[in-house]
Design a protein around this ligand. Sequence first.
Ligand SMILES: [Zn+2]
Length: 137
Amino acid sequence: MQNTFVTIARYQYSSEAQIVKGRLEADGIDVFLSDNITIDTDPLVSNAIGGVKLKVLAKDEKEARNILASIQVHSLDDNGNPIICPNCGEQHISIYSTITDFKSFIAFLAGFIFGTLPFSTRYKYKCEDCSVEFPIP
Ligand SMILES: [Zn+2]
């Protein structure tokens, strides 16, 4: 088990993966990317083959995940303070788009063009710890 690989992250493009690879290697962790060459050749296939996989040896998994968590970008308010989850009080908040399918994308586009939909309804915050979603104030 010592030398098996574990995929700890996936990235849409290899540039992101390379940045994280450099960060982990700075801490002495061996990092292996897979499908990065394929995706560099044709970025449009990234979703189809599951993105660039960032792998580490099983023995390094815990440490690598801790480093990833420490460099994860979470949402800040306009004053640079972390956004706090109203449900659990944690600060692991991501912004995400509610545009999830083609139909809502068309609705969004129509609202955007005609100015009928407020932007704020299209994006929400989501807590990564308890999965509670809440609107952007
Ligand atoms: Zn929460």
